[in-house]
Design a binder for this molecule. Sequence first.
Ligand code: PBG
Length: 324
Amino acid sequence: MYLQKRNRILRSNASIRSLVAETTLTPNDFIVPLFIEEGENKRTEIASMPNYFRMSIDNTIKEVKELYGLGIKSILLFVKAKDETKDNTGKEAWNKNGLMQESIKAIKQACPEMLVMTDVALDPYSIYGHDGIVKDGEILNDETVEALVKMSISHAAAGADFVAPSDMMDGRIGAIRKGLEENNYTNVGIMAYSAKYASCFYGPFRDALDSAPGFGDKKTYQMSYANRIEAIKESLIDVEEGADIVMVKPALSYLDIIREVKNAVQVPVSAYNISGEYAMIKAAAKMGWIDENKAILETLTSIKRAGADLIATYFAKDAVKLIS
Ligand code: PBG
């Protein structure tokens, strides 16, 4: 048989395959989400996230040092607020001695090179488990934005390198940028959760922080999974308002959106490989139905191939070990 083109030549052995690989993962791709709780020497496994832990500050510091030693350069912090600190204003969120603020200070002191990013949204502090202030069953936009600005400034004051607003209120990026400028935190970046969809795959995360909405759902602020153009609109507006990095979240059901946003903006794009995506791989692997390590690498590579410059993932540590 005569063939002018033999495409399999470039697939014929491992060496040529690695030479022509279009997408490769490196430790610089990853942001590691960390869950922090009160107390000392605490390490609590999250029920729906096997082998992922919520830790007290002391153990978090050990973890951060280990991550930095593996070549990972950034972490994204979430805290589990005590029930008695929760209310409808979210005021614990900007307590300068709050768990988040103490965590930022302790981590920056122990490992100054690690880029510390912080989640900015009211849900862990809300008695209603919503990302904003609630009135008559509605999530108020403008009042919530004011709270998010105070929260962001308090994170910056504690030493955060980036704030990461994950709330999907309108106008919050511009307001946060202005707040940071006015308070002289001109070196603090904003990673905006620009296209954040109302997703069933956040379930395990809400177990980790005990932050499930007490009534209704998040569909009046998070986006509908039916929409694509809206993701571009949200991302472009956030860039205009001053976002340094935009994010698409979740990742796996939204690979098309990652690509669209990547093509539309001129800032780095991150994607969040979220808790439910982690749980699905863990569960199938536990059943012996898929090979966990292969699933991790295939999944993360697909997110990068789609256009993500950065990937927030609970698999970061596994992935770095697998690729080294
Ligand atoms: C809350 C927030 C959520 C996640 C990150 N920040 C959950 C939500 O919006 O309900 C989800 C992360 C994950 O599932 O891994 N603002």
